[in-house]
Design a binder for this molecule. Structure first.
Ligand SMILES: *[C@@H]1O[C@H](CO)[C@@H](O)[C@H](O)[C@H]1NC(C)=O
Ligand SMILES: *[C@@H]1O[C@H](CO)[C@@H](O)[C@H](O)[C@H]1NC(C)=O
Ligand SMILES: *[C@@H]1O[C@H](CO)[C@@H](O)[C@H](O)[C@H]1NC(C)=O
Length: 491
């Protein structure tokens, strides 16, 4: 028993030491106030100087493939000194195409790369040794050129060959979204295995429709345990209800559930409300009635006037709702399916800027653990110190990718940067849920304090280590010397 405790204490100490004691030289420093990092995480800015980096994915050699919007796809090798101490090695432009703007995917064997413009989805044969692509072909075409132009790609790992493509609306309130044949504001799945060479799918008429009435669902992910498909939606701007301008707090952004790709028809092909109905975030609206956060409501600008009752009856409500205008752009699950990270790009249609952070949502058994009317499901992990100075002096989260060591990488398109994050809590240890406690803003004094003899060290290395991790270290050392002193002396 005592020996177990000792071993656990030693393991925890080694883990903490490894996480905390990295001396990381020549890392870049942000030009804006250092980000706030939640307890239980380390974060490090590692790459700068990119041009609007958006979606990204790791290849099988551990290189990052990053879509630089309006430029193409860039291949970046990483020099890895462990933990969050990484830096860019060699940077190579893999694909030159000004039309590529966000979407990127890689086949499970790493040999086929996929990328999207607003109108088309391409495939390429990818050689990760030569760092080259060949045999470009168009798989899907006939998508819209206006308005929301990202076409997020998701290749199912549960149903190989199924490529999901999300197409947003062509304007804020787009009446075309009420016609299923328009392909507007939908997520569709295309079977791209054995597609004949001369065949190009037409977005609106081919594929299987997973969901519609989705204004602009930029983030799409497959929950790794059950294979459930979730998306995060950017909802409408400038909305009023019953003569009252409610746009500051409404509508909420949405997380929607789209069922499974295994042939089950549960939750398949639903209409999620847009443009007729939107989801409630702020409850200070006229004639609230019995509605609560996440209820679908009617509003003035909607194409076809419907009642709140129609909204509730006819459309699928979100699984979770997020603060208005925070603009979720990506969602990625950890491999256990217990955490979903969501990048909130940040608002423009709000007096007091909101979003501008990376947050995490707890999942269990394939669904979020929080109820549908929760306002605290998305817990900040990496935030700007003062969103009052955003977007000018802030990072703006866009794409997310996990590497093979479960480190999470995040692009910030406005600043041309990539961050890396790593959880510092030992696996199975106390507080190892990955969701920072409290369900509110992070309490750690991150961005200023650092581990080591001086704060200058933290400032010059740009390592954003939560200050209370030092206390973890101190208390672990004390525990170790009390419990394990004899053990160490013998060893
Ligand atoms: C493109 O999609 C539209 C519907 O948005 C459809 O009417 C048209 O036939 C499609 N074109 C092709 C070439 O498939
Ligand atoms: C995709 O098409 C291939 C070839 O027709 C077929 O074998 C496979 O089962 C299909 N996959 C799915 C998920 O429908
Ligand atoms: C599809 O997967 C879900 C989640 O694992 C499961 O509940 C369902 O029974 C499956 N359906 C089919 C047809 O395999």
């Amino acid at each position: 028993m005592a020996s177990l405790t000792r071993r656990a204490a030693i393991a925890a100490l080694l883990f903490a030491l490894r996480a905390a004691s990295q001396s990381c030289s020549n890392v870049p420093t942000a030009s804006y106030p250092a980000p706030v990092v939640a307890d239980g995480y380390n974060a490090q800015l590692i790459i700068t100087g990119l041009s609007s980096p958006r979606g990204m994915i790791f290849d099988q050699k551990g290189a990052l493939l990053v879509v630089e919007k309006g430029a193409g796809v860039t291949h970046i090798t990483l020099q890895d000194n462990g933990g969050t101490c990484l830096s860019a090695g060699t940077t190579t432009r893999l694909i030159d195409d000004k039309g590529l703007n966000h979407g990127i995917e890689l086949s499970a064997d790493g040999k086929a790369l996929y990328a999207s413009t607003s109108t088309e989805v391409f495939s390429y044969a990818y050689d990760d040794v030569a760092i080259s692509v060949s045999n470009q072909r168009t798989l899907i075409g006939n998508m819209s050129t206006s308005g929301h132009v990202t076409r997020t790609l998701l290749l199912s790992r549960k149903q190989p060959g199924l490529l999901l493509v999300s197409q947003g609306s062509s304007r804020n309130i787009d009446p075309k979204a009420t016609q299923v044949s328009s392909g507007i504001s939908q997520i569709r799945a295309f079977n791209i295995s054995d597609l004949p060479d001369d065949k190009v799918y037409s977005y609106a008429s081919d594929g299987k429709m997973l969901g519609w009435g989705l204004r602009n669902s930029v983030g799409v992910a497959e929950e790794p345990m059950t294979g459930g498909i979730f998306s995060v939606e950017n909802s409408a701007d400038q909305v009023s209800r019953m003569g009252t301008d409610i746009h500051e707090e409404d509508p909420g952004e949405e997380m929607n559930f789209h069922g499974f790709l295994n042939g089950s028809t549960e939750s398949w092909g639903g209409n999620y409300g847009y443009p007729d109905c939107l989801a409630l975030w702020g409850t200070g609206v006229p004639e609230l009635g019995s509605m609560k956060v996440g209820s679908q409501f009617s509003y003035e600008e909607s194409g076809s006037p419907v009642s709140d009752e129609d909204c509730a009856r006819s459309y699928v409500a979100p699984r979770l709702t997020f603060e208005a205008h925070t603009a979720p752009l990506d969602i990625k699950f950890n491999k256990e399916g217990t955490l979903a990270y969501v990048s909130f790009h940040g608002s423009w249609n709000r007096d007091d800027p909101a979003g501008y952070k990376l947050s995490v949502i707890a999942f269990a058994n394939g669904q979020p653990t929080e109820p549908t009317d929760s306002t605290t499901a998305a817990v900040p992990v990496l935030s700007n110190q003062d969103t009052g100075v955003c977007p000018g002096n802030c990072f703006r989260p866009a794409g997310l990718a996990f590497d093979s060591q479960d480190r999470l990488f995040m692009t910030s398109d406005s600043t041309g940067e990539i961050y890396v994050l790593q959880r510092t809590t030992p696996p199975g240890g106390d507080g190892g849920s990955g969701v920072p406690g409290g369900g509110s803003s992070p309490s750690g004094g991150a961005g200023t304090g650092g581990i080591g003899s001086s704060n200058e060290n933290a400032a010059t290395t740009g390592a954003y280590v939560p200050r209370n991790e030092m206390w973890l270290l101190v208390s672990l050392t004390l525990t170790l010397s009390l419990v394990g002193g004899a053990f160490l002396a013998i060893g």
